[in-house]
Design a protein around this ligand. Structure first.
Ligand code: RBF
Length: 234
């Protein structure tokens, strides 16, 4: 709204207000483009094409945990598919991806802490969708989850990717969880980049093996797919 207003002001200042026919043509053109090409990827559009670049990432030695919600199941499933594509592009083996679910986004921080303390992964991707409703739930949950996840990653030195969409409505969710703008892909790559950074910073061990966390009383020794030696739930 604000941007449109200032645009109008600029046009008036230049005394170059287009005739009605031109305005109608513009909206007609936008409608055609949305139908045949998809919405524009600019600040006015719904979708946000990837705004971050990634170099070559070798995640072949990485073990990655995905914790997803069952709330907003359809959209979250699309995001998880995007996450897995991103991980695959970074050469993360399927066997090295651990996936579990929790009911809603509010549960993500504690589950992330448990998984982090199990010492079986190099990075964790949390995935959920919060949609603004009529009550204050959205604000409380979004705030608690983002702060909770930041606390977990700082306290445990395990990278936690904030893969939680916080949207006004379903159409915003769809635009961000559907190709070509499925944000999950970037979250997968972010996890690998941060997992590699952690490995480098903490003694060079990866693959969910104790990457230095033992020294501070955290972390385990067992790889994620070692069922006999795994730590409890994980
Ligand atoms: N969880 C989500 O992941 N996304 C939501 O949009 C969402 N909306 C909720 C709205 C209300 C009114 C309530 C009560 C819960 C909602 N939750 C949502 C679930 C929440 O994250 C959590 O699972 C529950 O509050 C139980 O701790």
């Amino acid at each position: 709204m604000h941007i449109q207003k200032s645009r109008t002001q600029t046009l008036n200042a230049n005394q170059a207000t287009p005739p009605n026919a031109l305005i109608h043509f513009y909206f007609f053109f936008c409608t055609l483009r949305n139908v045949f090409v998809g919405p524009a990827n600019n600040s006015f559009g719904q979708g946000a094409e990837s705004e971050v670049s990634f170099g070559e990432l070798d995640g072949s030695a990485m073990r990655i945990g995905i914790i997803r919600t069952r709330w907003n199941d359809e959209a979250v499933s699309r995001l998880v598919s995007g996450i897995k594509e991103g991980l695959k592009e970074c050469k993360v083996a399927e066997d090295n991806i651990f996936e579990t679910s929790v009911p809603g986004s509010f549960e993500l921080p504690l589950a992330a802490r448990f998984l982090s303390l199990s010492g079986t992964v190099d990075a964790i991707i949390t995935c959920g969708v919060l949609i603004k409703g009529d009550t204050y739930h959205f604000e409380y949950i979004a705030d608690a989850v983002s702060k909770g996840l930041m606390n977990v990653q700082i306290q445990t030195s395990t990278p936690i990717v904030f893969g939680v969409l916080t949207c006004e409505n379903e159409s915003q969710v769809k635009a961000r969880s559907t190709d070509p703008n499925n944000h999950g892909r970037d979250w997968g790559k972010t996890a690998v980049e941060m997992g590699l950074l952690r490995t480098e910073a903490m003694g060079g061990k990866s693959g969910g093996k104790d990457a230095g966390l033992g020294a501070v009383g955290l972390g385990g020794e067992k790889p994620i797919n070692d069922k006999k030696g795994g730590s409890g739930f994980f």
